[in-house]
Ligand binder design. Sequence first.
Ligand code: SAH
Ligand code: SF4
Length: 378
Amino acid sequence: MTNNLLDYDLEGLTAFCEQLGEKRFRATQLFRWIHQKGAADFEQMTDLAKSLREKLAGSAHVQGPTVVSRHESTDGTIKWLFDVGAGDVIETVFIPEADRGTLCISSQAGCAVGCRFCSTGHQGFSRNLTTGEIISQLWFAEHFLRQHLGRDERVISNVVMMGMGEPLQNYSQLVPALKVMLDDHGYGLSRRRVTVSTSGVVPMIDRLAKDCPVALAVSLHAPQDTLRDNLVPLNKKYPIAELLQACARYQTAAPRDFITFEYCMLDGVNDQPEHAAQLVALMKTHAINGLSCKFNLIPFNPFPASGLTRSDMSQVMVFAKILMDAGIVTTVRKTRGDDIDAACGQLAGDVQDRTGVDQRMAAQRQGMLGGIKVVVKV
Ligand code: SAH
Ligand code: SF4
């Protein structure tokens, strides 16, 4: 099996080219062909010497993802399911908005964290994706969309690591993929437009600050440890105080001057006015450490096995108002792609169980990442 060049960031590709006895700048040319032009065939790369193209053909390949299906919503949201082998399927979602195009990317097949309200969590952990499998979601979607929409220039302006999996539990494969996204010879995305969403792997938040600071979203979901232990089991290892201290440390390196906290609104569980008041108190305490934040309230996407239900919109508004009255910028995630169940981070299932997947998807009535983040006016 030859090397898949999608597994390399520019540094890795340079090392690979040097092994082949090639100069560094050849790696840059090759990298640009792959990521900027979407080329997978070395013969297309006409400004590379024939001898190099032959060497590459013998030792490397560019392997994109295997498409299982593509669904397109009337609002332009597109969801792909990709087969990553051994019955595992991952999802990638494109969400177009007037001023940006966002791609929601998966980092693992399944997830080991096991959050109660997440169907990926219920599905359990299958395996980490490789760097190539992570970046190939962007590689494929960007070049597909350029063709599909008949555009010459970049279509995807933002990436959110909010698909399946906990990105910070796949750190070593994640970081090179982030570097390709940021590289000017790759996708040239600004650090502010690449968001890692995490359930709170504290040591890895610190490492990310040093290795590749990008925008950070933290899935909080509860204002105190007893409740969060129950909703996000990782909280038992890294409780809220430690997590928020890590967020404050992250902010000194972060490209944005705030951390986004995601909060999934679960009827009667974490959506009461007293929960909002506790959150306000918590944020005030940590503001002393320099933490500044924004809240993103997510309407829960119900699925039968969760035994949970979505909060009423009126409840969400009451909750939002308490946060906003305390001066916390709060947005409510608007759902997108409802008609194709483009629920990011929601899909459970595998190729062998396609019927099961379809049933579960049908049960998910609302797209989650679907993400226009509207400031609620209350
Ligand atoms: N594992 C990472 C990123 C993937 S999940 C994380 O947890 O942050 C992306 C987002 O989807 C998280 O904020 C998660 O809490 C949210 N989410 C998961 N299941 C959901 C559901 N059923 N309804 C609404 N949001 C959900
Ligand atoms: Fe994993 Fe995130 Fe789902 Fe929790 S919410 S189970 S961390 S994918």
